[in-house]
Design a protein around this ligand. Sequence first.
Ligand SMILES: Nc1ncnc2c1ncn2[C@@H]1O[C@H](COP(=O)(O)OP(=O)(O)O)[C@@H](O)[C@H]1O
Ligand SMILES: O=C(O)C1=C[C@@H](OP(=O)(O)O)[C@@H](O)[C@H](O)C1
Ligand SMILES: [Mg+2]
Length: 184
Amino acid sequence: MSNLLKGVNLYLIGMMGVGKTTVGRLLAQQLGYGFLDTDNVIVKAARKSINEIFADEGEAAFRQLESEILAQVCPYTKLTIATGGGIVLRRENWGYLRHGLIVWLDAPVDILLRRLAEDDTRPLLQNSHPEDKLRSLLEQRQSLYSQADIHITITETQTPEEIATRILKVIPSVLKNQDSQQQN
Ligand SMILES: Nc1ncnc2c1ncn2[C@@H]1O[C@H](COP(=O)(O)OP(=O)(O)O)[C@@H](O)[C@H]1O
Ligand SMILES: O=C(O)C1=C[C@@H](OP(=O)(O)O)[C@@H](O)[C@H](O)C1
Ligand SMILES: [Mg+2]
């Protein structure tokens, strides 16, 4: 499979809690790729948590850091990159994402809510109506996520390993389509 990909990066996009970080790490292992998580890179560079960055500098500053990280990793190859859920919001980010294959992990809000119920590391959900917030974010972002090359619908019981295997299975057909489009 990594031969087929020829080093092309994989970018995982989708709502927070869907499993981008978890599945991305597994995919990288299976492909013999490096793994990066844009949130982790930001936390290391800023020496602050995502919550602290949002609180001290605001969401706009976080989005700026996110774009800068994406620009910096984009020239490298053989990477699986788990992005933050809001990476799709900035038009300039798509120019970077399009260098690789973009995989949308898509789960209904009730699954996301259950997975994030005990989690206090997502600043956008630190309010009394996380369900409403997730629904409005999904509504705002759905048409952007749908621009991905690969759409994977997540169900409650599928393990991260099973999801990684599903992604690896569909990659060849997407690459074939892209090759034939380039020839036309
Ligand atoms: N397929 C899965 N089944 C059950 N729990 C999962 C699955 N994928 C991720 N999780 C859990 O859901 C939470 C959010 O996962 P994470 O990978 O951080 O998502 P994201 O990076 O998309 O926000 C974590 O607690 C993780 O262990
Ligand atoms: O959806 C979002 O706007 C965000 C998602 C988070 O990453 P995950 O999608 O990995 O949770 C993180 O980047 C930040 O809290 C903002
Ligand atoms: Mg993540």
